[in-house]
Ligand binder design. Structure first.
Ligand code: NAG
Ligand code: NAG
Ligand code: NAG
Ligand code: NAG
Length: 402
């Protein structure tokens, strides 16, 4: 009895602490992407795409910059279209969350681009015509399906709405994986893309072989989680309150256990750590399928950019990188431990052999630039995005429709 009371007391205390700490998360953490864009003063359009296999994806379009949008009767007609595709656990929000002056989507829109932010199946802006997210069938996919169905459908949508013949594709991390899968499986899409800018491309991953083997072979994590009824990789509000409110982000970043674990995986960069934004980003983290992790694991363990087909331990069947026909730029972070320079150089060699490598180089000079910095570095505006907008201008001039 005493034990029960004590437990009740404990639960109550924890509850109170959790509730009190919930206020800790800014409103920004829960605003939708269209709300964020509107409050930043930019125009926003939502577009719905349905893929061949029944997934419904919401795209977010910023058709003009802040100044242009205030003029009466502005039109995005004939503007240069850019599609930006997010990475694992991400969404369209990753390219606006740092706000004007820093986020890529806003900088491009202010420069006169017609900016389209994609959402790949799995995140909050996606659904299925027949399955809800509590149906395990919803989660039966990896970036193979992102590349084969989602990205092509989004490209077609942009061409259809804007009437332009081709788009510029910018991918971040898994958003680059989808691109390579798309071109391997559906090479006809080369005709719809001007050029491809790959931020921290995730194609070869032998550097995380140990992590993948430990997670998938030794611990059999996805199998165990599935058998526990956890049908997707997701961060629940409870877990978030616990982690964000009570375990992490309490003192200096150097002493923060949670950030140290994160930095172990993505590379440490204490100076570019923006505490407010990291918390918001964590709160906005999107679900993934176990298959996505397993598929990356298969690539890491086999050391081949392989399709899934026969499952984790089944036959390896390489995607065809020589199907990429458009100019590709690969940008790596000096201190990115997840998509490491060496692995990216290997991809660069292959693209170079088929004549499609435009350039491979560091994203910026900052020696600590890590995997997350591509989206969330404190100085991502000056370090990466402002020069990148200039570079995209150059690509358009060189390869864009005349
Ligand atoms: C959805 O369900 C309908 C009716 O059962 C079926 O005809 C259709 O093929 C399903 N679509 C997908 C993509 O599963
Ligand atoms: C998942 O999809 C594959 C085809 O991509 C299919 O062969 C398999 O049966 C599906 N599994 C489940 C559990 O729906
Ligand atoms: C867009 O799609 C609609 C319906 O599928 C089609 O009728 C229309 O011609 C397309 N427009 C362009 C510009 O491709
Ligand atoms: C890969 O694509 C290239 C060019 O698109 C083609 O010549 C080659 O046969 C393909 N390789 C395989 C294994 O399908």
């Amino acid at each position: 009895m005493g034990f029960l009371v004590m437990r009740l007391f404990l639960i109550l205390c924890l509850g109170l602490v959790t509730c009190e700490r919930t206020g800790f998360l800014k409103k920004e953490a829960f605003a939708t992407v269209p709300e964020l864009i509107t409050s930043a003063g930019y125009p926003i359009e939502k577009h719905r795409v349905t893929t061949e296999d029944g997934y419904i994806l919401q795209m977010h379009r910023i058709p003009a910059g802040r100044r242009t949008a205030r003029k009466a009767g502005f039109s995005a007609k004939g503007k240069k279209a850019v599609l930006i595709v997010h990475g694992l656990l991400g969404s369209s929000g990753d390219f606006v969350i740092m706000g004007p002056e820093r986020s890529l989507a806003y900088l491009l829109a202010d420069e006169g681009y017609d900016v389209w932010l994609g959402n790949q199946r799995g995140n909050v802006y996606t659904a299925h015509v027949n399955y809800t997210k509590s149906n395990p069938r919803f989660w039966n996919y990896s970036f193979h399906e992102h590349g084969k169905y989602d990205v092509p459908a989004m490209v077609d949508k942009i061409l259809n709405v804007t009437g332009v013949p081709k788009v510029m594709y910018v991918g971040y991390s898994m958003g680059t994986t989808s691109f390579f899968v798309m071109m391997s499986e559906r090479p006809e899409y080369n005709d719809k893309v001007i050029s491809f800018v790959a931020l921290a491309p995730a194609v070869y991953l032998s550097n995380i072989k140990f992590l993948a083997t430990a997670t998938l072979k030794t611990l059999e994590l996805p199998e165990r989680m599935r058998s526990q009824g956890m049908i997707s990789v997701s961060v629940t509000r409870d877990l978030l309150d616990l982690v964000v409110g009570r375990l992490c982000f309490r003192g200096k970043v150097e002493d923060d256990l949670c950030m140290r674990v994160v930095y172990l995986i993505v590379g440490d960069d204490y100076e570019q750590y923006d505490k407010d934004k990291i918390i918001v980003t964590l709160a906005r983290a999107q679900p993934a399928s176990w298959r996505q992790l397993e598929h990356f694991g298969k690539i890491a363990i086999s050391d081949v950019f392989t399709s899934w087909e026969d499952g984790l331990w089944g036959r390896v069947k390489p995607y065809n990188i020589s199907n990429v026909k458009v100019p590709v730029t690969l940008l790596y972070g000096h201190n990115d431990q997840l998509t490491e320079k060496n692995e990216i150089m290997r991809l660069a060699e292959e693209l170079s052999a088929t004549g499609t490598l435009e350039e491979v180089r560091p994203a910026c000079d900052w020696p600590k630039f890590n995997h997350l910095d591509f989206a969330f570095a404190k100085d991502v505006g000056i370090l990466l995005n402002k020069p990148l907008v200039g570079y995209i201008n150059t690509l358009f001039n060189k390869y864009g429709p005349k």
